[in-house]
Design a protein around this ligand. Structure first.
Ligand SMILES: Nc1ncnc2c1ncn2[C@@H]1O[C@H](COP(=O)(O)OP(=O)(O)O)[C@@H](O)[C@H]1O
Ligand SMILES: [Mg+2]
Length: 347
């Protein structure tokens, strides 16, 4: 493995990438679409590939959200270093590529010619050394480039050319569908734990680590980001104690900082702003959240009857009693569910 690209796990993925390089060194061509959810490690695998492509000529491009509306921006990025070979292409292809790259003022050319020209350019570039083309963030390629590159990928001749894309899953980019794929999943639990141990400075409680591993589902980016939401004390095992626990639901009025482990939160109201939830804290505290929709008058009537008939005893729910002038303070008290449940107002 190349220095600076220490990957955890990924043995079979790296083997497949090694084989790809071997095939191309042996004069064959290979196309591969590395597919997976954000943060799963697609770019890291591309770096591994590039780091091991000794003797290859390397051409790189990356889709960019801000360039999605610019036709051929991605293709231009990939081909720019090879444009010196433009003159070697047959005239119609040369003109087509020169036009889409803004090198002449001609009318928009046939896309087929652009594809052929791309193919010709890559073949020329692979004449003296094997060529590795790496296109990251394929989901953000402009459509024209995605089409042209897919055209090239489906036709690469048996020459030493590798064309490797990374594409986020799920994606709108249909152009690359049907090409050979390497689907990247999460790291194993063992590798995930190793990664957490190596990235977190200071002590980490085993229980907390296991919960982070479970929530991250082996996604390395999640593993790097999740611990950032916890303080060193929480990482070291203070998480279970209500007094050190950050709130489970942020900005949700029903949940306050004092929620003990195992709290059941009933969300009965609708706020205008969306409530934000940080699942990790909910998981660590094993909070149950129940969303309920309003009740009709019959349900109220039935509840009142059950209370007056003594079927429901509400006295355990009443944790305080206040006069009219203390209502404001009572609401503050109710924000601490450990202290109060219902406060009776007696006018
Ligand atoms: N196998 C791995 N071992 C260690 N760190 C990894 C591994 N895969 C990815 N990472 C790290 O996780 C983060 C996200 O990976 P990245 O390759 O950018 O994901 P993607 O391109 O799929 O969105 C990066 O910081 C990367 O260095
Ligand atoms: Mg990436």
């Amino acid at each position: 493995m190349a220095a600076g690209h220490m990957l955890l796990g990924r043995r079979s993925e790296c083997e497949q990438l090694d084989q790809l390089l071997e095939t191309v060194r042996g004069d064959g061509s290979r196309v591969l679409v590395v597919r997976g959810e954000p943060g799963v490690g697609k770019s890291a695998l591309l770096e591994y590939l590039v780091g091991n492509a000794t003797g290859f000529r390397i051409a790189r491009a990356a889709g960019a959200e801000c360039e999605m509306e610019l036709p051929f921006a991605g293709l231009h990025q990939l081909c720019a270093p090879m444009l010196g070979r433009l003159s070697a292409l047959p005239a119609p292809q040369r003109d087509a590529l020169a036009t889409v790259f803004g090198l002449n003022g001609h009318e928009a050319p046939d896309r087929f010619l652009v594809g052929l020209a791309g193919l010709g350019l890559l073949s020329g570039a692979a004449e003296r050394r094997p060529l590795l083309c790496v296109v990251d963030d394929g989901q953000w390629l402009d459509r024209a480039s995605a089409e042209a590159l897919a055209f090239v990928a489906r036709r690469v001749p048996a020459e030493p050319i590798a064309l490797v894309f990374a594409v986020r899953d799920p994606t709108e980019t249909r152009e690359l569908a049907g090409l050979p794929e390497l689907v990247v999943g999460g790291l194993s639990d063992v590798d995930a734990r190793t990664m957490l141990d190596s990235t977190i400075r200071g002590l980490i409680d085993e229980r907390v680590r296991d919960r982070i591993v479970a929530e991250a589902r082996g996604n390395p980016l999640a593993m790097l980001e999740l611990p950032g939401g916890l303080t060193p004390a929480e990482l070291a095992g203070g998480v279970g104690r209500p007094d050190t626990m950050p709130i489970g639901l942020r900005d949700t009025p029903a949940v306050t900082e004092a929620d003990p482990r195992g709290t059941r939160v009933v969300v009965a109201g609708v706020s205008i702003q969306p409530d934000t939830v940080h699942p990790l804290y909910g998981i660590v505290k094993e909070v149950n959240i129940q969303f309920v929709w309003g009740y009709d008058p019959n349900e109220f009537a039935e509840s009142l009857r059950a209370i007056s008939d003594g079927e429901i005893d509400v006295t355990p729910l009443i944790t305080g009693e206040v006069g009219l002038d203390e209502i404001g303070a009572a609401f503050d008290e109710l924000a601490r569910p450990g202290a109060h449940c219902k406060i009776l107002v007696t006018p």
